[in-house]
Design a protein around this ligand. Structure first.
Ligand SMILES: Nc1nc2c(ncn2[C@@H]2O[C@H](COP(=O)(O)OP(=O)(O)O)[C@@H](O)[C@H]2O)c(=O)[nH]1
Ligand SMILES: [Mg+2]
Length: 316
């Protein structure tokens, strides 16, 4: 990337505010990068951010998250939302452009929707640190609902809580083993559960197992996470899913849970930025404390590195 000038950042910020697709794309590329100017851009946009409703869609690869997202789009638009999609999934048709990408130009469902894939590298616990700043770019551009599709298992799915207001966990009947999901610690993280591919055998049974597993932990005091059966491929059950997503949003707004959750999101966003900066710093600190020949001496057992590290940590 060439040196980023203040004029360039100004122009980007202006373009983003006008909702220009090219400016949005370049802005997201910038905020995803480690260019110092990314903070300048974010500072410029900040006043226009923080308002979008963020729906996190998580689940194993192949569970049907992209298909579901595609089905959600026209329904969310019909409710008046301006929708953006961030896919943290290298295999997603959204990001790969293989399936949906080819249809993008003449597909009504995708009209007016901004879709972008994000790299999952440079992450804490697997979730792209690029998500919160990319969301802010979309917010500044006027999008008021962002769907975040994250692929993965275990930790990755837990992290989505810190970027989304409502987490939808997509399971499939074949994955039948609810106990596995419980062990992985992902069973408690969702606000809405989806058993997709309900056209296949075992979906009703799975809903039952899931309900039992959820109630093992005792009756929840607040939100009781619903379980929706869907057939994303055929658009079945998706209206119900949208209903529950909206209900969860309203529940949070009415109870104040919204604010608690968003405070956690702010913490995670800032922490991931600092974490990233420290990681970069770690490399240069080691280079400056221990030259290549010093590192060779450490290897050969003739230079004890710990006093130097101790001194550095103590700020000497
Ligand atoms: N039978 C069936 N297949 C589905 C359904 N939903 C999605 N699929 C298929 O499952 C595969 C994976 O879907 P995709 O949306 O890419 O999953 P993702 O990896 O979770 O994003 C695709 O071939 C879809 O067509 C469904 O409700 N029933
Ligand atoms: Mg996908």
């Amino acid at each position: 990337m060439t040196a980023v000038t203040t004029e360039f950042v100004d122009e980007l910020a202006r373009g983003v505010r006008l909702g220009e697709v090219r400016a949005i794309a370049r802005a997201i590329t910038l905020v995803e990068s480690r260019e110092p100017a990314r903070l300048e851009l974010l500072a410029r946009l900040y006043a226009h951010t923080g308002k979008a409703f963020k729906v996190g869609l998580t689940g194993a690869p192949g569970a049907g998250k992209s298909t579901l997202t595609y089905q959600l789009l026209p329904r969310l638009k019909a409710r008046g939302y301006r929708v953006g999609v961030l896919a943290v999934d290298p295999t997603s048709p959204f990001s790969g452009g293989a399936i949906l990408g080819d249809r993008i130009r003449f597909d009504e469902a995708l009209e007016g929707v901004y879709i972008r894939s994000l790299a999952s590298r440079g992450s804490i616990g697997g979730l792209s640190r690029g998500v919160p700043p990319a969301v802010r770019v979309l917010e500044a551009a006027g999008y008021d609902l962002v769907v975040i599709e994250t692929v993965g298992a275990g930790q990755l799915q837990v992290d989505v809580r810190f970027v989304a207001d409502t987490v939808v966990l997509t399971l499939v009947p074949e994955a039948g083993d609810v106990v596995q999901a419980m062990k992985a610690g992902i069973i408690e993280i969702a606000d809405v559960y989806v058993v997709n591919k309900a056209d296949r055998e075992g979906a009703t049974r799975m809903r039952l197992d899931l309900r039992n597993a959820l109630e093992l932990g005792g009756k929840p005091k607040g939100w009781n996470p619903p379980i929706v059966l869907t057939e994303a491929l055929y658009g079945k059950g998706v209206d119900e899913l949208v209903e529950f997503i909206e209900e969860h949003k309203q529940y949070q707004q009415q109870t104040g849970a919204w604010r608690t959750r968003r405070l956690q999101q702010v913490e995670w966003e800032l922490q991931s930025m600092v974490h990233d900066a420290l990681e970069q710093q770690a490399h240069s600190v080691v280079q400056s404390l221990f030259s290549e020949s010093a590192r060779a001496r450490v290897l050969d057992g003739v230079e004890n590195p710990y006093p130097a590290l101790q001194a550095w940590l103590a700020g000497e």
